[in-house]
Write a protein that binds this ligand. Structure first.
Ligand code: PMP
Length: 435
């Protein structure tokens, strides 16, 4: 074993993994939609490495944008100082987001972007001398791993269990079923002038299992929250930048939120970055020379120039005709796969929103701790496909450079896996769902 792999095994604590897990795969380089391991395997990255690499790995245009920037300015304190890459990126984001969005606040990742959004919405009310203390969120939500983000996430998940007693109070709406009247009724009963904000993952709950709901329903929920002047926060960390077929999931809506949280695809997966944008209404509550009304929040690497240069290049690529066509093409491929696939007794539901395809198995799997996930993960990895199921939900969330042929390969491997599976007990040690 090479020396660095021994160091990895000895010292490194990998995320979302028990300390005593199997040694991870050693990756030497990335090439477009593929990861190349040190032992020469080429693995198709079907989940864009945790949903970030929208243009694939090692894209030369993003790489050269960073190289150019690194020789000019690598980092600068962002309080009292400014630089062009951040200003350029803000102008691009403003041109893509709804017209009333007016200010951009930078942070480090998806969790900090939601953390900032929650703090801003609470301070919005504080600054006006009418504090509101409660937050509305949705069952099954995932908004990140920092304390505020955990507080608005699903309380029953294994991620948050050890910390539940330290999380602030949140009111949860049930996840929409059928036409979503269960969620609307709960909104009707719960929403009040005590709520500072309503935070949601628009159209698709990611980590919760790629659970999808309609734009029509979300429009109604936002309108309802608005009737109590509740600040609406769209966590577009996963859904942003083309994932749902449009630039943002909220582009499918008639009514726009007040705050957007962005991250993941923004830099094309080259460098970490979080962004929280607010509309005029929210910004107005902070528009004062009074220090008590300022937002005293920031991180050392706020608006890091290298990350901004990567994001500017990622945005230039995203806006090309070629990438826009790829997004549409992936959506069409998924849709035609769903139309032609044969019913399978192990599949509870197969669904799609834009470039996201999800296949939910009939296994009551006990969530993240289940062995189903591990077994499916290993099955596909043995066939050089990186598909990392969310419990019993297999999903495809590819980089936009993936070809039609590669997508067909993925679908046929999924079909073969399901066809070969005689009983779900083969991959699970838990109950099989009956409907
Ligand atoms: N919000 C959503 C909707 C996410 O999917 C995630 C990450 N999966 C986060 C927030 C947290 O992002 P990060 O892991 O970059 O902190």
């Amino acid at each position: 074993m090479s020396e660095w792999k021994q160091w990895d095994e000895k010292y490194i604590w990998h995320p979302f993994s028990p300390l005593a897990s199997e040694p991870p795969l050693a990756v030497e380089r990335g090439e477009g939609a593929y990861l190349v391991t040190t032992d020469g395997r080429k693995i198709l990255d079907v989940i864009s490495s945790w949903w970030v690499n929208i243009h694939g790995h090692a894209h030369p245009e993003i790489a050269s944008a960073i190289t150019e920037q690194v020789h000019r300015l690598e980092q600068v304190i962002f309080a009292g100082f400014a630089h062009e890459p951040a200003a350029q990126l803000s102008a691009t984001l403003m041109s893509l987001l709804p017209d009333d969005q007016s200010k951009v606040f930078f942070s480090d990742d998806g969790s900090t972007s939601t953390e900032v959004a929650i703090k801003l919405s609470l301070q919005y009310w504080y600054n006006q001398g009418q504090p509101r203390r409660r937050i509305l969120a949705m069952d099954g939500a995932y908004h990140g791993d920092t304390f505020g983000a955990m507080a608005v996430g699903d309380r029953s998940s294994i991620f948050n269990q050890p910390f539940v007693h330290h999380l602030f109070e949140v009111d949860y709406l049930p996840f929409p079923e059928g036409d979503g009247s269960n969620t609307l009724e709960a909104m009707d009963q719960l929403a009040s002038t005590e709520h500072a904000a309503f935070i949601f993952e628009p159209l698709v709950q990611g980590a919760g299992g790629m659970r999808m709901y309609s734009a029509t329903l979300l429009d109604k929920l936002i309108q309802h929250a608005r009737s109590q002047e509740i600040i609406c926060i769209a966590d577009e960390v996963m859904t942003g930048f083309g994932r749902t077929g449009r630039m943002f999931a909220c582009d499918h809506l008639q009514t726009q939120p007040d705050i957007f949280c962005l991250s993941k695809g923004i830099t094309g997966g080259f460098l970490p970055m979080g962004v929280t944008t607010v509309n005029d209404k929210v910004a107005h509550a902070f528009d004062s020379k009074d220090k008590h009304k300022a937002f005293f929040h920031g991180h050392s690497y706020t608006a890091n120039p290298l990350a901004c240069a990567a994001a500017n290049a990622s945005m230039r690529l995203l806006l090309t005709e070629e990438v826009q066509q790829s997004i549409a093409r992936i959506g069409q491929c998924h849709a035609s796969y769903l139309r032609r696939r044969q019913p399978n007794k192990h599949v509870l539901d197969a669904r799609q929103t834009g470039t996201i395809l999800a296949i939910e198995l009939k296994v009551d799997d006990g969530g993240y701790t289940s062995t189903v996930k591990d077994r499916i993960y290993r099955h596909f990895l043995d066939r050089n496909l990186l598909l990392r199921p969310l419990g019993h939900v297999i999903y495809v969330l590819p980089p936009y450079v993936i070809t039609d042929e590669e997508l067909q390969w993925v679908y046929s491997e999924i079909d073969a896996f399901l066809d070969d599976l005689l009983t779900l007990e083969e991959i699970s040690d838990v109950t099989v769902k009956t409907n």
